[in-house]
Design a protein around this ligand. Structure first.
Ligand SMILES: [Zn+2]
Length: 481
């Protein structure tokens, strides 16, 4: 997933015209190949309903084989024939003491109906300066860019200073066979790495065509669902009492709405807010600086909390998302239940938040259960706290600054906490710090991931392909300079 965080960024005055995205410096043959790979990926249906990520894996495996990768370094694995994952390895310098880097890309896409779209979502279409098709933003663009970088490095006989592992995986968007989870459980050695780059998060935002910032996801919130349930003997509705299951749950939800979780910043959100303060309008900037102080300014905190994005950056959030209750119009409800969806700040556990909810509801007759991803009601949540944010590793950020300087001089690099979730949640939990970014420019307001008429600017695509290639080389050539 890729979540645009529209925060009313200031454009114009702050950004000089030299920030225009550079025309990708790519020879015509490489450009044609980049287009072919992208087209092929878009036109292989990899939806959960009828598509196949194995077909994607096979197609990319063939391209890498043809480029000279040994078959032993191109492995397709998965829990069933339709949900294959490709793990490709570009070998680093023999004897290197550096641990591999994992490049994580999901190949599945969200469903798309022909009748909802202007063009056929599974036909790669070039129109008005854009490439259209399901996955052009999320994330077959970056799948193609990673494969292109591997093809080019191989063609040049480039030897990185450590192994690069590319995992093209299934079921990030949904489905029951998440490829990263499956690989970590079944073949952890294949993808064990020092850290992870996941282009499914972060990314380059433009305003009026000018790049204004490159977001780097450096940590993620933890997803959790809870059921709050009231049960009651029920009875005839002509003889109501106050002990009503629906009222119990309604009261609990009303408490929840009025009880925000505590304000808390971490290394990543502090860096994110500090950078944002330089990009937004003056009152917002003033408020941001005021909450960064110790102790934070309460009035500023309240003003920023009115924005869902700032609110979600500053605290764990929990919100009622579903409800069911009662069994007949003329009977007192025997049961009422609501689903509470929480996004938990790094450093806190699912069980800790369940206890918080119990305290907020303050009604001992209610049951509060944790519900896992498959919908199983587990009662207690895990005590394992979501990993605290990793350090902003220079092995990641130094080559990033260098590459950005080459392609978009002066562009702001913004570390971010993802308030949604991506596959990085699995690699973070497995102890591998994970960073999300890519060089595919998307205009502010034109985020169409999961939506209709998904598209990516043609030149944005080629620049993103070039960025990925330059970045991987910059990241793995430190000792050869
Ligand atoms: Zn995605």
């Amino acid at each position: 997933m890729r979540l645009g965080k529209a925060l009313g960024l200031l454009a114009a005055t702050l950004f000089a015209t030299h920030l225009q995205a550079q025309q990708a410096a790519m020879d015509p043959a490489t450009r044609q190949l980049a287009r072919d790979v992208f087209k092929q990926l878009i036109e292989i249906d990899s939806t959960d309903s009828i598509g196949s990520t194995t077909a994607v894996a096979e197609a990319m495996r063939k391209r890498l084989l043809d480029a000279g990768f040994p078959a032993a370094d191109l492995i397709i694995l998965g829990p069933n024939p339709r949900k294959g994952n490709l793990v490709a390895r570009l070998r680093g310098r023999p004897g290197s003491t550096l641990k591999p880097v994992l490049l994580l890309c999901h190949t599945d896409v969200v469903e798309a109906k022909r009748e909802d779209w202007t063009t056929d979502p599974f036909v790669f279409t070039e129109k008005d300066g854009f490439f259209y098709g399901r996955g052009t933003q999320d994330m077959k663009d970056s799948d193609a860019a990673m494969v292109m970088a591997f093809l080019r490095m191989k063609r040049e006989n480039y030897v990185p200073d450590r192994d690069l592992i590319l995992a093209l995986t299934a079921d990030e968007e949904g489905g029951k066979s998440n490829g990263v989870d499956w690989l970590l459980k079944n073949h952890p050695d294949l993808i064990q790495a020092d850290f992870v780059i996941n282009p499914d998060a972060g990314g380059l935002t433009t305003k009026n065509g000018k790049p204004i910032l490159l977001g780097v996801e450096a940590t993620e919130k933890l997803y959790a669902d809870y059921h709050v349930t009231a049960t009651n003997p029920g009875g005839h509705s002509s003889l109501p009492t106050h002990d009503n299951a629906i009222y119990h749950v309604a009261d609990a939800l009303s408490h929840l709405e009025k009880s925000p979780f505590p304000f808390e910043l971490n290394e990543v959100t502090r860096a994110e807010l500090t950078t944002r303060a330089a990009l937004v309008e003056p009152q917002q900037a003033k408020d941001i600086r005021a909450i960064l102080r110790t102790p934070p300014d309460l009035a500023a905190m309240q003003r920023l909390s009115a924005s869902p994005v700032y609110n979600a950056t500053m605290r764990t959030t929990c919100v009622a998302t579903m409800m069911s209750a009662g069994h007949a119009p003329n009977a007192l409800p025997g049961r009422a239940q609501a689903n509470i969806n929480c996004r938990i700040l790094p450093g806190h556990s699912q069980e800790e938040v369940r206890q918080d909810l119990i305290r907020i509801f303050a009604d001992p007759t209610l049951t509060v259960d944790y519900v896992d991803n498959s919908g199983t009601v587990l009662g207690k949540g895990s005590d394992r706290a979501a990993a605290p944010p990793p350090p902003l590793n220079e092995a990641v950020f130094k080559p990033l600054r260098e590459t950005v300087k080459k392609m978009w001089p002066g562009l702001t690099i913004l570390p971010e906490m993802e308030t949604g979730a991506s596959d990085s949640i699995y690699t973070i939990a497995a102890g591998m710090p994970s960073y999300g970014f890519n060089g595919m420019a998307i205009e502010e307001g034109d985020e169409r991931a999961h939506g209709r008429d998904e598209r990516l600017g043609i030149e944005s695509y080629y620049a993103g392909v070039e960025f990925q290639y330059l970045y991987l080389k910059a990241m793995t050539s430190s000792r050869q300079k």
